[in-house]
Design a protein around this ligand. Structure first.
Ligand SMILES: [Zn+2]
Ligand SMILES: [Zn+2]
Length: 334
C-alpha cells in the first residue's frame, strides 16, 4: 500500500508528510482491512502534523474521516463482508468495560483509541479499522462527499444534542466554519431558529443564505434570548459571550478540544441554571443518528479533492485558508 506518513511534525508549508510503500496490513480477528477511497483532511490532522497536538505515537498515518470498501475481514467479524462500504471516524476503539463504556459514554473512556492519532488512519490506500467502530455510510452520499460528515458533522451533532435545544427553539452558533455549517443544517431541519455570531460579513451572509434567521458580529445584540448555544471558535471569551446570550436554563456547549483560558465572569452569568459545558469526542450512537439525519435532510458538503500523493499540499492549503469546504484526499487504489 501507499501511505503518507508523519515521522517528524513540522510546519505544513514545509511538507511534514513523507510517501512510503508498505506491505498491506493483515486484519486482526476483530478488524477490517479497507481499500480507502477518500479521506478528508481535518484541522486536527493539521495540528498533529504541525506538532500543536502531540502525536500519541510516531510515525503515524494521519486521517480520521475515511470512506472505503472492505477488502478483508477478521476471523471473528460477522457483520461485515468483502465489498461493503464503510466509514471510519475519530473514535477508533474503546474498552467496552469501564463505567463510561457501560453507560453509553464511550467518548469518555480512558482507553479510547483515536484514528490517525493512536491508530494509523486514512492518508493511505489501505487502512485497518476495528469492525465494531466502522460506520455504515448512507448510499445517497458519494465517497468523497461523505468524508466531511465524519468529523465536524458528528461532533457538531453531539454539540447540538448537548445544547439541549429542542425542535422549534432558538439555537445560537458562535463561529461559523465547516462544523457549524453542518450543525446549522441539522438545526434548521429540526425546526430550530438559528442565530449565528461570526466576525466575517461574508460568513454572516452565507449563514443567512443557509437558513439562519439572524447573523451578526460579536458586537451586535442578538435580538432574542437563546435557548442554548454552541461555540466553535477556540476562544474562552467566546464561551463567556455565549453564556451572556442564553436565556435562564440555557446551555452553552463548547465544541473545541482546547481553547485559551476562559476569563473570569460574574456569577450572575451562570445564575438561573445556565450551564457551560465542554463536548468531548462522540459515541457511535451519535455517529449513527447523525448519518441518518444527514441523509434525510440531505446535507450537502463541499469538497476540494487532492490525489493522496499531494497530501502535503492539502495540509498547506488548509493552514493558509485556501480550502473551500473540506480538503479530501482521494486514491485510485489498489
Ligand atoms: Zn476531525
Ligand atoms: Zn471504556
Amino acid at each position: 500500500m501507499h501511505a503518507q506518513v508523519l515521522s517528524v511534525p513540522g510546519p505544513a508549508a514545509a511538507g511534514p508528510l513523507r510517501p512510503e510503500d508498505r506491505p498491506d496490513p493483515i486484519p486482526g480477528p476483530d478488524e477490517l482491512l479497507l481499500d480507502v477511497a477518500a479521506c478528508a483532511v481535518c484541522r486536527t490532522d493539521l495540528q498533529i502534523c504541525e506538532g500543536d497536538l502531540a502525536a500519541r505515537h510516531l510515525p503515524i498515518i494521519p486521517g480520521h474521516q475515511i470512506v472505503g470498501r472492505v477488502t478483508a475481514v477478521g476471523s471473528s467479524v460477522s457483520d461485515w463482508t468483502v465489498g461493503n462500504r464503510a466509514g471510519v471516524a475519530w473514535l477508533g476503539g474503546a474498552c467496552g468495560e469501564c463505567r463510561y463504556c457501560r453507560s453509553g459514554r464511550e467518548n469518555l473512556c480512558a482507553e479510547a483509541r483515536f484514528t490517525g492519532w493512536d491508530r494509523d488512519g486514512g492518508y493511505a490506500t489501505r487502512s485497518l479499522v476495528r469492525a465494531d467502530f466502522a460506520l455504515q455510510i448512507p448510499a445517497s452520499f458519494g465517497d468523497a462527499a461523505a468524508t466531511p460528515l465524519l468529523c465536524g458533522g458528528i461532533i457538531g451533532y453531539r454539540s447540538y444534542r448537548l445544547s439541549g435545544v429542542a425542535p422549534g427553539q432558538r439555537l445560537g452558533l458562535f463561529g461559523f466554519g465547516a462544523s457549524a455549517l453542518l450543525t446549522l443544517q441539522v438545526a434548521v431541519y429540526q425546526g430550530c431558529e438559528v442565530f449565528v455570531v461570526t466576525r466575517s460579513g461574508r460568513a454572516q451572509r452565507f449563514a443567512r443564505e443557509q437558513g439562519a434567521v439572524w447573523a451578526g458580529g460579536y458586537e451586535d445584540e442578538i435580538p432574542a434570548g437563546l435557548d442554548g448555544a454552541i461555540t466553535f471558535a477556540p476562544a474562552g471569551t467566546v464561551a463567556v459571550a455565549a453564556l451572556q446570550a442564553v436565556a435562564p436554563g440555557g446551555t452553552v456547549a463548547v465544541n473545541a478540544v482546547h481553547t485559551d483560558a476562559v476569563p473570569s465572569f460574574p456569577f450572575s452569568y451562570l445564575w438561573e441554571e445556565r450551564v457551560l459545558r465542554s463536548v468531548a469526542n462522540f459515541t457511535r450512537s451519535d455517529a449513527t443518528q447523525f448519518l441518518e439525519i444527514a441523509a434525510a435532510i440531505p446535507i450537502r458538503t463541499t469538497v476540494q479533492e487532492y490525489p493522496l500523493a499531494r497530501a502535503n499540499e492539502a495540509l498547506a492549503d488548509l493552514a493558509a485558508g485556501r480550502v473551500v469546504g473540506a480538503a479530501v484526499l482521494v486514491t485510485d487504489s489498489p
